[in-house]
Design a protein around this ligand. Structure first.
Ligand SMILES: NC(=O)c1ccc[n+]([C@@H]2O[C@H](COP(=O)([O-])OP(=O)(O)OC[C@H]3O[C@@H](n4cnc5c(N)ncnc54)[C@H](OP(=O)(O)O)[C@@H]3O)[C@@H](O)[C@H]2O)c1
Length: 289
């Protein structure tokens, strides 16, 4: 059985991956800052060499999309240099790496008139998207044994949109949510499963991994309220209107960043459910906690 080394193990995806690997009784170790700082190449090499894993899954990232606009150097260090370091180490140890990336590497203006597939041209519009796109490039430059899996609108055990909406619903009768950005809300449960399945192959390359189905953030919020029995009303606003009232720099986000899991479908490994079904399960689990 392969031993997994998980970076960013205290984040949403890192936690879910650890949980599923433990349930499957797969050997795994996970580290997060401060024990592992992926921007520190020498210290990371020492730690990973010592753990002697069979595969690295790089879940560590600076995921605060607006925060990356104000802290551009840190975003570059973590999302680009960190990814490069992990791939370089994977190459030295002659093991594969799974690098997690994002729909925000795409321009997202719906000029193709269809969901993005893995081979479509990328053109990020934000610092987050750009630093993640450069991270992909660095991984490809450092090793041949890479899987890059692009996901989107992720929620799991940690800070996320679903929890933010539920908190707002406890305080307000109405919330304003953007309705001109369309994507696919994705559960870490589905993504972690896909990662574990991919790790069992040597089908290296770029993959898209998002739940099936499409909605806007406003639709997503409305569905969260409906499913959770909240009466809060969603007031749909444009991204422009939202940015004016945010009181802080707001990154430009794709208006259409729907991804098709073409590569996973080709491998018969597309385990992603419709986003409604994954959200149902998530809300049930939240209620039990
Ligand atoms: N969240 C989304 O909506 C979304 C969408 C598309 C793609 N993705 C990608 O999916 C992956 C997992 O996302 P997620 O939602 O699980 O992110 P997350 O919850 O923010 O977890 C990322 C983890 O990485 C840690 N980290 C930050 N800098 C680090 C460093 N220098 N060294 C080691 N660890 C560091 C973070 O610690 P701190 O919390 O202390 O910073 C955090 O625990 C990321 O690659 C992300 O880019 C996420």
């Amino acid at each position: 059985m392969k031993k997994f080394f998980i970076t960013g193990s205290n984040g949403q995806l890192g936690r879910e991956l650890t949980k599923q690997l433990n349930e499957l009784k797969f050997p795994n170790v996970g580290y997060d800052v401060p024990e592992l700082d992926i921007t520190d190449y020498e210290a990371s090499l020492k730690l990973i060499e010592n753990e002697n894993p069979d595969i690295i899954v790089n879940c560590a990232a600076l995921t605060n999309v607006d925060g990356c606009e104000t802290d551009q150097e840190l975003a570059y260090q973590v999302n680009t240099i960190g990814a490069k370091n992990m791939a370089k180490i994977a190459n030295i140890l002659d093991i594969p790496i799974i690098q997690v990336s994002t729909d925000y590497v795409f321009e997202g203006n719906d000029n193709l008139g269809r969901p993005y597939i893995e081979t479509d041209e990328i053109n990020p519009q934000s610092v987050y998207g750009e630093t993640k796109a450069k991270g992909e490039e660095e991984v490809k430059n450092e090793t041949d044994k890479y899987f890059i899996i692009r996901t989107a609108w992720l929620y799991g055990d940690g800070h996320n949109f679903v929890k933010t909406m539920l908190k707002l619903a406890d305080k307000y009768d109405q919330v304003s949510v953007v309705n001109d950005q369309v994507g696919s809300p994705t559960s870490t449960v589905d993504l972690a499963k896909a990662i574990i399945n991919l790790a069992d192959t040597d089908a290296y390359g770029i993959y898209h991994g998002t739940c099936e189905g499409v909605c806007s953030w406003a639709d997503f919020a409305q569905e969260i309220f409906n499913k959770a029995g909240k009466n809060t009303i969603v007031n749909p606003v444009s991204s422009e209107e939202y940015a004016k009232t945010a009181g802080r720099p707001v990154a430009q986000r794709p208006s259409y960043s729907v991804l098709e899991n073409k590569g996973l479908k080709n491998l018969n490994l597309n385990n992603f459910r419709n986003w409604h079904d994954s959200l149902d399960e998530y809300l049930e689990v939240l209620e039990e906690v």
